[in-house]
Design a protein around this ligand. Structure first.
Ligand SMILES: [Zn+2]
Ligand SMILES: [Zn+2]
Length: 465
């Protein structure tokens, strides 16, 4: 996904500064205030400022007509700026091709491949009149978004109604995604899709509409206020059609708040895409939800063995979402039970205490290569690391970019991949996995150059930033 550039005016000092789309927190470079402006489920509105002014419009009209070898207008009748709202939906897609009829019936065990990709789409939220702009296109250089903190910022034009509400917009996006994905599987296979890091935002795009007379005829042109060119000319006069429905005249007011620990008031870590923030002062862990900070259940795993403790290599702690996992029909799903059901999974035979409940692990930290997430998740889930817990002293805890809900979706998909074609499994009662008692556990990793190696499994992966 190409993240768009956006800018915001600091609510404290008023200076404008840039951030990347998808950013949750940022620090004002002028007054140094840490700010929270995005959290899961929140819809931000952006707008684009027209690069054309009212008086430049006749020149654009002339240029188009000259190119077409048409007579220049005799009279410009009416020029008007409209803001056409677009919904933009972005997500990371995790998917697997699963032949569900194989469940519990195939004699051979086959590993299911979990794939991941970034996905984004945009389309107008106003549809009554065709303004000849079906998509914002891929022109991120042009699209320097500004965060819409006040609808008065658009008062130089007419803001067109939202005729698709957020729910309808999401449905439309998912429909296109399914259409786009359908050729990724064969006829016998079912595509299981999980969308994580979903984000829906509104972008108001400036379009100029100009009615004019040339010769005996009435014309109108629609002019792209960013690309500064005519999109469309028609031999008629433009009139906005009445809305097909009332539209949802919703607005998405944004309140930007200082990004500080609600317990002690200390600045929380300012990492743009993070969702979970450890307070280094009072050692509480917070997640953001709308305009609130909520406490998260969290633990820190102690490094194992003398060798690690005395090493000079630096240790960093990375967070995993950990769920107590059980099939819907199983009351107490221990590792022992899992061993019986998965005779080919060597890892689970090596767990020392098999009376413990089965835990599912999903990395909560940022990993550049999305396709690595299932591998890391399964490596931890297969080994059920049982490290002692320690209290947080001076350890460096890296924050999390993945929400509990998203981690749960990834776990469900991985589980489906795991049980697929396992001969000892009755498919019907094990398909649904309940993931309960979510918490975050920070695991120690040794840093070696660009790589991080976890200290109990020796699992290595490349660090992002
Ligand atoms: Zn400021
Ligand atoms: Zn604090």
């Amino acid at each position: 996904m190409q993240r768009l550039k956006a800018s915001i005016s600091c609510p404290s000092c008023g200076a404008s500064f840039e951030f990347l789309e998808g950013t949750n927190v940022s620090r004002c470079p002028f007054c140094n205030l840490p700010l929270l402006f995005q959290s899961p489920e929140r819809i931000l509105s952006y707008y684009l400022e027209s690069k054309l002014s009212h008086r430049e419009i006749p020149f654009i009209v002339d240029r188009f007509r000259k190119k077409q070898r048409e007579a220049l207008p005799d009279r410009i009748e009416h020029v008007k700026l409209y803001y056409l709202p677009f919904w933009r939906f972005t997500a990371q897609i995790f998917y697997a091709k699963i032949n569900l009829s194989f469940l519990a019936s195939s004699p051979e065990e086959r590993e299911i491949e979990i794939l991941a990709k970034d996905w984004d789409i945009n389309f107008p939220a106003y549809i009554s009149s065709d303004l000849n702009l079906a998509t914002l296109g891929m022109r991120p250089d042009w699209l320097k978004l500004k965060l819409l903190t006040d609808t008065n910022l658009l008062k130089d034009g007419q803001v067109l109604n939202l005729e698709l509400n957020p729910k309808e917009a999401k449905e439309k996006a998912l429909k296109s995604l399914k259409f786009f994905m359908q050729d990724k599987k064969s006829r016998e296979e079912e595509l299981v899709l999980k969308l994580v890091d979903e984000n829906l935002c509104l972008i108001y795009f400036p379009l100029w509409v100009v009615n004019f007379i040339a010769g005996e005829d009435k014309y109108f042109q629609i002019i792209d206020g960013i690309a500064k060119r005519t999109l469309f000319q028609s031999l008629s006069h433009f009139e906005l059609k009445p809305n097909i429905n009332q539209g949802t005249q919703e607005s998405y007011p944004i309140r930007i708040i200082p990004h500080r620990c609600p317990n002690c008031g200390w600045d929380l870590p300012v990492l743009p895409f993070h969702l979970i923030f450890p307070c280094e002062n009072c050692h509480r862990i917070w997640k953001t939800s709308e305009q609130e900070y909520l406490p998260v259940r969290a633990e820190i795993a102690a490094p194992e063995g003398q060798e690690i403790r005395t090493t000079t290599k630096s240790i960093e702690y990375y967070p995993f979402w950990v769920f107590q996992a059980r099939p819907r029909d199983e009351g107490n799903f221990t590792i022992r039970k899992l061993v019986e059901l998965f005779p080919s999974e060597i890892g689970w035979f090596q767990v020392r205490d098999k009376s413990k409940p089965f835990l599912f692990y999903v990395p909560a930290f940022e990993i550049k290569n999305l396709n690595k997430i299932p591998a890391i998740s399964l490596a931890f889930t297969r080994s059920q690391p049982d490290l002692e817990k320690k209290i947080w002293e001076t350890e460096k805890l890296n924050g999390a970019i993945r929400s509990e809900e998203d981690a749960r979706k990834i776990a469900e998909l991985l589980w489906l991949g795991l049980i697929h074609s396992k001969i000892n499994f009755r498919a019907d009662n094990c398909k649904d996995l309940l993931l309960e008692n979510a918490k975050i556990i920070w695991y120690p990793f040794q840093q070696e150059g660009a790589f991080l190696t976890d200290s109990s499994l020796g699992y290595s992966f490349q660090k992002t930033r």
